[in-house]
Design a protein around this ligand. Structure first.
Ligand SMILES: Cc1cc2nc3c(=O)[nH]c(=O)nc-3n(C[C@H](O)[C@H](O)[C@H](O)COP(=O)(O)O)c2cc1C
Length: 224
C-alpha cells in the first residue's frame, strides 16, 4: 500500500503558527507519513513587529478590509493529490491572513479542488469568523471536505492579552518592560504547554490518517 501524504500550506508573520507546526510535524512524523510543508512567502516581506501604533492600526484596518498580500510562486509539488491538506496561519482581523487569501485567489482551485482540508489557526483569542470565512472559501473552490479546525489561542488572560498583542505588534515589547504591565503580560504568543499539546495533536492526527479516517470524522477539541 502506498504511503499516506499530507501537504501543509502555511503562513506565519510572528512565528507562532510556524513554531506550532514544527511540533505538529514532530508528532505526525511518529507515523509513517510523507509530509510536504510549503511555507508561503509574501512578495514583499511583512515586518514583525509592524513597528509603530499608526502602522499597526493601518494594517489592522487594511486586513479588516481583507487586503491581499501577494505570495511568491509555490513549489510545483503542492499541486499533487494529497490525503490531507492543512491550511495554516494566523487570524487577521476576523479573517485568514491576506497572504493565505492571496494564495487561494491565485492557486486555490488547482490546490484545493477535490481535496480534504484541515484548517489550522493560531490567534490571540477569536477565531470563529476566520474559520467560517475560510471554510466558505475552501468549499467554493471545490474542497471535498473541510474538517473542524485545530485552533491554538494565546493563553494570557484578557484584557492583557489584547493590549499586549497590540503593543507587541506596535514594537513596544510589553513582555520585556520594567513596568507593572509585564506582570500581567509575561509572554507574547503560545506557551510551552501548547507546544507540547501540538506534538500530541500531530501524533493523533497521524494515527487518524493511517487508520484511514475520513476528513469528516477528524475532530480535535478546540480551542486548545
Ligand atoms: C493585522 C493583525 C490582525 C490580527 N487580528 C486578530 C484577530 O482578529 N483575532 C485574533 O484572535 N488575533 C488577531 N491577531 C493576532 C494573531 O492572530 C496572533 O498573534 C497569531 O498568534 C499570530 O500568528 P503568526 O505568528 O503565525 O502570524 C492579529 C494580528 C495581526 C498582525
Amino acid at each position: 500500500m502506498s504511503k499516506k501524504r499530507i501537504l501543509i500550506l502555511s503562513y506565519s508573520h510572528s512565528n507562532q503558527t510556524r513554531n506550532l507546526l514544527k511540533q505538529l510535524v514532530a508528532g505526525l512524523e511518529k507515523s509513517d507519513i510523507d509530509i510536504f510543508w510549503e511555507r508561503l512567502a509574501p512578495e514583499q516581506e511583512l515586518r514583525f513587529p509592524i513597528g509603530t501604533i499608526p502602522l499597526t492600526l493601518l494594517m489592522m484596518t487594511q486586513t479588516f478590509l481583507k487586503k491581499r498580500y501577494p505570495v511568491k510562486q509555490l513549489n510545483s509539488k503542492v499541486f499533487d493529490k494529497w490525503d490531507l491538506v492543512i491550511v495554516a496561519g494566523p487570524t487577521w482581523s476576523y479573517s485568514p491572513s491576506g497572504v493565505i487569501l492571496s494564495m487561494l485567489d491565485r492557486d486555490g482551485e488547482a490546490l484545493i479542488a477535490g481535496q480534504d482540508v484541515l484548517p489550522f489557526i493560531s490567534c490571540r483569542g477569536y477565531w470563529r469568523v476566520h474559520f467560517w470565512r475560510l471554510r466558505t472559501l475552501l468549499k467554493k473552490i471545490g474542497a471535498r471536505n473541510v474538517c473542524d479546525p485545530i485552533v491554538f489561542k494565546h493563553p494570557t488572560p484578557e484584557p492583557w492579552n489584547t493590549i499586549g498583542v497590540f503593543l507587541k505588534l506596535a514594537g513596544q515589547m510589553p513582555e520585556r518592560g520594567k513596568g507593572w504591565f509585564r506582570k500581567y503580560y509575561p509572554k507574547y504568543g503560545h506557551s510551552r504547554e501548547q507546544m507540547e499539546t501540538a506534538v500530541e495533536v500531530g501524533q493523533k492526527l497521524g494515527e487518524y490518517i493511517i487508520d484511514g479516517l475520513q476528513a469528516e470524522e477528524i475532530h480535535f477539541t478546540t480551542p486548545v
